[in-house]
Design a protein around this ligand. Structure first.
Ligand code: GAL
Length: 452
C-alpha cells in the first residue's frame, strides 16, 4: 500500500471505532449527545478533507505542464492537434499548456531561464536540436537522457541519422524531435512578381535586380522584415548565400575566420539586403511581416516554413496566395532546425512528461502536428497524403539537399555565442557600421564561440 494513503486509512479506522463506540459517523443517532455529534462531525470533516487532499494529489499527479512558444499564427493550432492525440491516448492526464507568446521563443526562453533558476521546471519544454540543447541545457546538467524512450519505441529506426548526433552527448540522447523546419525559404507574392514581369530570383544579384525593379515601380520596401530575431534569421540565410555551405559551416566549427574578406563580403551583401526592408521592421512580429507579402504590400519575406502554416491559417492558398523558393543563392541547401521536447531532471510529473514525450515522438502525434504547424515530421515514416504541396516539396528537399544548421533557431551556436552575435547585430542594425559588426563577430567567436 502506498505510504500516501496511510493517514487516510488511520482516519477511517478512527471513525469506524468511534461509530462502534456509540454512534455512526455517517448517521448519528437521535439520542447522541451534542459532543458526540461534534466528534463525529469533526471526524467526518477531517476524513473528507483528507480525501480531498488525496484527490488533489491524484489530480496533480495526472497533470503535465508543457512549455513552448506556440501561441498563435498556425503554431498554436499545430500544438492543439498534438494535444488532441495526447488526450485520446492519456485521457487521465490533464494537459497544462504553459506556452509563452513571442516568435522564436525570444520571450519564452527568458521566462524559462528564470523558472529553471528558481527550481520551477515545467514537466517538459520545447528546445531546439543542436547547440541550444547540448551547449545550453545539457551543459547546465538540466536534462535526463531519454535513450530508454528511443529504445522502447524503436525511434532510432525512424528518426534521421543527421539528427541523432545533434541531440546526443556521450551516447546519451537528450530530446525527442517532433519536426524539421526549413529556415532558408523566400516567400513571395506571385501576383506582385508577375504584374511586374519579375522571375523568381535564384541568386543574390538576381534578387537585388528584382528589388531594384520593384522600387523603381513604386514599391518602397519590397522585402518585409520584422523584429530583431527575424533580422538574425535573414542574416543567417545571407551568410549561407554569400559564403556557400562550406564557408557557412566553417563559421561554427572553428575552422573558418570571422575576420576574413569573404565574411566582409557577406556582411556587405547583408547590408545591401537591408536597404530593401520596411522601416518599421522592429515594431512587427514575424506574422506581421509575412502578412505584408500575402497582402501585396511587399514582394518578399525570408522566414522559416512556419510561415506556411500561418498563410494557410489566414486563408491563403499555395501558388495563388504565396509562392516559395530557396533564399536566392542557397538553392540545393536545406538550412534546418528541429523542435524537440525534453525531460528535465526533477520533472514534477515525470510519468506524465514521459507520456507527453511518447506522443511527441509517435507517428500519430507527428502526423497530427506537422501538417498544421507547417513543418515536416522528424520521423521518416510519415503519411505523405496528409501533407500539402509546400511540405511535400520540403520533404523532398530535406531528403536530397545539403543540410546545414540554423543560427537563430539553436542548431549551430549555443546561447552564449548566439546572444553575443545578437548584440552585435542590434548595434549594426542601428549604426550600419560593417567594420564594427565584423570586429564584434570576431570577438564573439573568440569569447564564447568555437574560436576560443
Ligand atoms: C522557431 C521554432 C518554430 C517556430 C518559430 C517561430 O524557433 O523552432 O517552431 O515556432 O520559432 O515562432
Amino acid at each position: 500500500m502506498s505510504r500516501k494513503y496511510t493517514p487516510f486509512i488511520f482516519l477511517l479506522l478512527f471513525a469506524m471505532l468511534l461509530a462502534a463506540c456509540g454512534g455512526s459517523a455517517d448517521e448519528p443517532e437521535a439520542t447522541d449527545t451534542d459532543s458526540a455529534d461534534t466528534a463525529a462531525d469533526t471526524t467526518e470533516d477531517t476524513a473528507d478533507e483528507a480525501m480531498d487532499e488525496e484527490m488533489a494529489d491524484e489530480e496533480m499527479a495526472q497533470t503535465v505542464e508543457v512549455f513552448s512558444w506556440w501561441t498563435g499564427g498556425g503554431e498554436a493550432a499545430g500544438l492543439e492537434a498534438m494535444i488532441e492525440v495526447f488526450a485520446e491516448k492519456y485521457p487521465d492526464i490533464e494537459f497544462e499548456n504553459a506556452a509563452v507568446a513571442g516568435g522564436a521563443g525570444t520571450n519564452a526562453r527568458a521566462v524559462l531561464a528564470t523558472r529553471l533558476q528558481a527550481g520551477d521546471a515545467p514537466d517538459s519544454w520545447q528546445g531546439h536540436a543542436g547547440q541550444e540543447l547540448i551547449g545550453t541545457y545539457v551543459a547546465a546538467d538540466q536534462l535526463e537522457p531519454v535513450n530508454f524512450l528511443f529504445e522502447e519505441n524503436g525511434w532510432l529506426d525512424v528518426m534521421p541519422e543527421t539528427l541523432i548526433p545533434l541531440i546526443s552527448q556521450d551516447g546519451n540522447i537528450y530530446s525527442v524531435p517532433v519536426n524539421i523546419h526549413r529556415a532558408n525559404v523566400l516567400w513571395y507574392n506571385p501576383t506582385v512578381l508577375s504584374e511586374n514581369g519579375i522571375d523568381v530570383p535564384t541568386s543574390l544579384d538576381e534578387w537585388f535586380a528584382a528589388m531594384d525593379a520593384l522600387q523603381a515601380a513604386g514599391m518602397d520596401a519590397p522585402l518585409a522584415m520584422g523584429e530583431q530575431w527575424t533580422a538574425m534569421h535573414l542574416f543567417e540565410t545571407v551568410l549561407l548565400a554569400s559564403l556557400g555551405p562550406d564557408g557557412y559551416e566553417a563559421l561554427w566549427d572553428g575552422s573558418g575566420d570571422w575576420g576574413s574578406a569573404d565574411v566582409t563580403a557577406a556582411l556587405e551583401d547583408f547590408a545591401k539586403v537591408l536597404t530593401y526592408v520596411n522601416s518599421d521592421a522592429s515594431a512587427l512580429t514575424w506574422q506581421d511581416a509575412s502578412q505584408l507579402v500575402v497582402n501585396g504590400d511587399a514582394a518578399f519575406n525570408v522566414m522559416g516554413d512556419w510561415a506556411e502554416g500561418y498563410f494557410r491559417e489566414i486563408g491563403f492558398e499555395p501558388n495563388s496566395g504565396y509562392g516559395w523558393a530557396a533564399v536566392p543563392g542557397t538553392g540545393g541547401n536545406f538550412q534546418f532546425l528541429s523542435d524537440s521536447f525534453v525531460l528535465p531532471k526533477g520533472a514534477p510529473h515525470r510519468d506524465a512528461a514521459i507520456a507527453w514525450l511518447t506522443v511527441a515522438g509517435s507517428i500519430e502525434g507527428q502526423d497530427a502536428f506537422n501538417p498544421v504547424k507547417g513543418s515536416i515530421p522528424a520521423r521518416s515514416d510519415a503519411d505523405r497524403s496528409l501533407y500539402g504541396e509546400y511540405l511535400l516539396s520540403a520533404m523532398d528537399d530535406w531528403a536530397s539537399n545539403r543540410v546545414v544548421g540554423s543560427l537563430t533557431h539553436g542548431v549551430v551556436a549555443n546561447d552564449a555565442f548566439k546572444s553575443e552575435i545578437d548584440t552585435a547585430l542590434g548595434l549594426f542594425l542601428a549604426d550600419g557600421n560593417i567594420e564594427g559588426f565584423q570586429s564584434a563577430l570576431v570577438a564573439a567567436c573568440a569569447s564564447s564561440g568555437p574560436c576560443q
